[in-house]
Design a protein around this ligand. Structure first.
Ligand code: AMP
Length: 114
């Protein structure tokens, strides 16, 4: 998608602090961190949100969680715990229309979220 900021990050057209990359997904630090560790994992292909996943693209969710698991170990927060969340649509608080999973760690995360 031509004007999608996360597509541009996935294509390395605009800079990001990349933590992990494979053929399907990219992980990079969030610009506005909400926890000591806060990064996003995105599919490289443009998918608007969870609503747009289909039989062809569901496997990318597996690749996302594989990246989460690898980084949780690498960045040493797997044992302490963490949160993975994807916001969907207006009520979900989604501001960027490219599927992304927030990974938050490094502090005790409260529940429920706002
Ligand atoms: P959401 O509100 O769930 O759509 O989350 C979008 C997230 O993307 C926010 O946490 C932003 O801080 C983050 N974000 C937006 N632009 C960038 C960027 N260029 N690099 C890193 N994170 C970004």
């Amino acid at each position: 998608m031509g004007d999608c900021i996360f597509c541009k990050i996935a294509n390395h057209e605009i800079p990001a602090e990349v933590l992990y990359e494979d053929d399907q997904v990219l992980a990079f630090r969030d610009l506005n961190p909400q926890a000591p560790v806060h990064f996003l994992v995105i599919p490289k292909i443009h998918i608007e949100s969870v609503n747009a996943l289909d039989d062809e693209t569901f496997p990318v969710v597996q690749a996302v969680f594989k990246a989460v698991q690898i980084l949780a170990k690498e960045l040493n927060f797997a044992d302490a715990g963490y949160r993975v969340v994807t916001n969907c649509g207006v009520d979900g608080g989604q501001t960027v229309g490219h599927l992304h999973y927030h990974v938050l760690a490094g502090r005790n995360l409260t529940w429920p979220p706002g």
